[in-house]
Write a protein that binds this ligand. Structure first.
Ligand SMILES: Cc1ncc(C[n+]2csc(CCOP(=O)(O)OP(=O)(O)O)c2C)c(N)n1
Length: 714
């Protein structure tokens, strides 16, 4: 049984109980089970260098950081998927229940298979208030609450009152009934097969906020009101009356009956707790790295696309990746899931449906496609729910991938934030074991949204990701299918990171054969010798690129440069691992200044075509020797419903603008500059005329391929 506590300040509940059962002291030996240990436990609470007032990574038995409310129920469900013997009891605060993520999470039962998965027992705690006002749910009458949760598919049972003794008995009996019902549901499904979605039990607990705390403080009612939130008695050092109230409040729990003279819990109470791993603070599911096993991975090389010469054949990178994921799904049929907001097929990971379906416990009708109770692809149109489920799944020791439209991954910015913090903090907690990385595939990206337009165009998630500690974030921009395969393999084997992979799903030119892809992704950044002509001297210009579309535009620009400025020495540098751009002191993947200067030169112009917002490249490279020569082009918020090439034109990332940059900025171009510039300007005008007439890109653009033959001939 896993305990997940959602409400704002439920943290002390789990800290206190893990202390009483002994597991806290095992994790933190300085917090001994005697008066001295008790003192330390109390003193560290909400104190500098101590522990926060909500559950946190330091809390034994917790997989939920309770600071940012809303994720407890999604985490609980994520934890029990494929964990048939696990029950997660999840207390949901009525304030927390107002958040969007929590509101969506109730629907998780539609994806929970009682034969294969464990169960969640939600306890909705209607204590009436959040920080400063009433909660929406608590002011609803019981009949409406009942209708709401029956509508969500639960069988709610109410435990209501304010008399502690009676309430304890009622709660204990209700818990027994709920657990018996869960077992009955599971046994039925496991013995007779899954026929329909069960009506899972849940508990609605109505109790006063600040229950058993000080009733009235300074003439104001506190117990049972919002005033009891967090700190019911303030300024204890200066206010002897408050101090006396605190003492009588604490004494009301009769500690002398609970602890012996040395401050140890009396034996008959200590004996009530379960033993060993059954204790809430010692449950290995709450320290998932203990249970984590490597994925059984097929060899990604077997899925590689044949690339006889760079830039001549096309493939859909994510479709190729889908075949790899399909076989990973087969060999890891209980420990790997793919989540996404209804986009697995749209993102072309369709091969997954050769071996599994979308998880679905609702009725299935004939016209449906790939739905089944035992499906392993988790699709729900709530990015938050996808994220929360996957986090819960990973935190309990399994593996997964979240595939999402690039623009809409922003919906989970804050959840990513919290997860990255969790990873960061747990790196320094010795008893927490590393978990599998959280892997994002961001596709349907900014540069290929021909019909959807501006709403679907935003490459900014990676800007946000790189704010996080370098130790826990990685960003990859594989330019083609083989590099995507290699990056995927790497990410799925990694531990304790957030990996963001940005890759296109449309048919696109392929550049690297298997051998070249292995080398390029291992290095993360490198000169594409076959694309440049600077083999025997310093280049006059470095054409750098990161991302599939910028790589295409850069190579097409290099082709134009070869035609119009054949004397110009051009170097092409491609970046797969964005973190290579940072100095080694800033990120573990960072290049040394020497290595960076060797690639980008100390003083030559660098024209950098980037998938995302240009400022990110400046941010990552600002301290490099040659930074003042970096001219970066990327998405500058010029979104539209237009042709693929027009999108890059509008943002100045196209081949013609890149050549114009060279003409303007590279001294070696000399007097040819204005002429080349004008030729490119004319091409842009032709492009504009053509798309208005034909609604599609010029054949010379659309059908462009790399004309210089196999890599070895370049
Ligand atoms: C997403 C989010 N918004 C706001 C807050 C600030 N906050 C902390 S506690 C709290 C009230 C929580 O109420 P509830 O979930 O009912 O918990 P309880 O009353 O049991 O403390 C709020 C709004 C937060 N922690 N997270």
């Amino acid at each position: 049984m896993l305990y997940v506590t959602g409400p704002g300040h439920g943290g002390p509940g789990i800290v206190a109980n893990t202390y009483l059962e002994g597991s806290y002291t095992e994790h933190y030996p300085a917090i001994t089970q005697d008066a001295e240990g008790l003192r330390k436990l109390f003193r560290q609470f909400s104190f500098p260098g101590g522990i926060p007032s909500h559950t946190s990574p330091e809390t034994p038995g917790s997989i939920n950081e309770g600071g940012e409310l809303g994720y407890s129920l999604a985490h609980a469900y994520g934890a029990v998927f494929d964990n048939r013997d696990l029950i997660a009891c999840c207390v949901v605060g009525d304030g927390e229940a107002e958040t969007g993520t929590l509101a969506a999470s109730w629907h998780s039962t539609k994806f929970l298979n009682p034969a294969r998965d464990g169960a969640v027992l939600p306890v909705l705690h209607l204590n009436g208030y959040k920080i400063a006002g009433p909660t929406v749910l608590a002011r609803m009458p019981d009949d409406e609450i009942e209708s709401l949760f029956v509508g969500y598919g639960y069988a709610p049972v109410f435990v209501e009152g304010d008399e502690p003794e009676a309430m304890h008995q009622r709660m204990a009996a209700t818990l027994d009934d709920a657990l018996a019902e869960i077992q009955r549901i599971q046994q039925d499904a496991r013995e007779n097969g899954v026929t329909k979605r069960p009506r899972w039990p849940m508990i609605v607990l109505r109790s006063p906020k600040g229950w058993t705390g000080p009733a009235v403080v300074d003439g104001l009612q506190v117990e049972g009101t919002f005033r009891s939130h967090q700190v019911p008695l303030a300024e204890l050092a200066e206010n002897p009356e408050h101090l006396a109230m605190l003492e009588s409040w604490m004494r009301s729990y009769r500690p002398e009956e609970l602890f012996d003279e040395d401050g140890r819990l009396v034996p008959e109470l200590a004996a009530l707790a379960p033993e060993g791993e059954r204790r809430m603070g010692s449950n290995p599911h709450a320290n998932g790295g203990l249970l984590l096993k490597d994925l059984r991975m097929p060899d990604w090389r077997d899925y590689a696309v044949d690339v006889p010469a760079p830039g001549t054949v096309t493939a859909e990178a994510t479709r190729v990746m889908g075949r790899f994921l399909r076989d990973i799904m087969v060999t890891n049929s209980e420990t790997f899931r793919v989540v996404g907001p209804d986009e697995t097929a749209s993102n072309r990971l369709t091969a997954l449906f050769d071996v599994t379906d979308r998880a679905w416990m609702e009725p299935i009708i004939e016209s449906d496609s790939h739905l089944a109770p035992d499906g392993r692809v988790m699709e729900v149109l709530s990015e938050q729910l996808c994220q929360g489920w996957l986090e819960g799944y990973l935190l309990t020791g399994r593996h997964g991938l979240f595939s999402c439209y690039e623009a809409f991954i922003h919906i989970v910015d804050s959840m990513f934030n919290q997860h990255a913090k969790w990873l960061d903090i747990t790196r320094d907690i010795p008893w927490r074991r590393p978990i599998a990385s959280l892997n994002y595939l961001l596709t349907s990206h900014v540069w290929r949204q021909d019909h959807n337009g501006f709403s679907h165009q935003d490459p900014g998630f990676i800007d946000f990701v790189v704010n996080k500690k370098a130790e826990v974030v990685r960003v990859y921009l594989p330019p083609d299918a083989n590099t995507l395969l290699s990056v995927t393999d790497h990410c799925l084997r990694s531990r304790h990171y957030v990996n963001v992979i940005v890759a296109g799903k449309q048919p696109e030119l392929q550049y690297l054969d298997l051998d070249a892809a292995i080398k390029h992704t291992a290095a993360g950044i490198g000169i594409w010798e076959w694309a440049g002509n600077d083999q025997h001297a310093e280049p006059d210009v470095v054409m750098a690129c990161a991302g599939d579309v910028p790589t295409l535009e850069t190579l097409a620009a290099v082709d134009l440069l070869r035609q119009h400025l054949p004397e110009l020495r051009v170097r092409v540098v491609n970046v797969v691992d964005l973190m290579r751009l940072q100095p080694e002191r800033a990120h573990p993947h960072g290049l040394s200044d020497r290595a960076f200067d060797a690639l980008f030169t100390a003083d030559k112009p660098v024209i950098f075509a980037f998938h995302g917002y240009p400022w990110l490249i400046h941010r990552l490279t600002y301290s490099r020797t040659n930074h003042q020569s970096f001219h970066v082009r990327g998405f500058v918020e010029e979104g539209s419903t237009t042709t693929p090439f027009d999108m890059v034109v509008r943002n100045g990332l196209d081949r013609f603008h890149l050549v114009m940059d060279v003409a303007e900025r590279v001294p070696a171009v000399g007097p040819h500059g204005p002429h080349v510039h004008q030729t490119m300007r004319d091409r842009l005008i032709e492009h504009g005329e053509y798309i208005i007439q034909h609604g599609q890109d010029l054949p010379a653009v659309h059908d462009w391929t790399w004309p210089y033959g196999p890599a070895t001939d370049a």
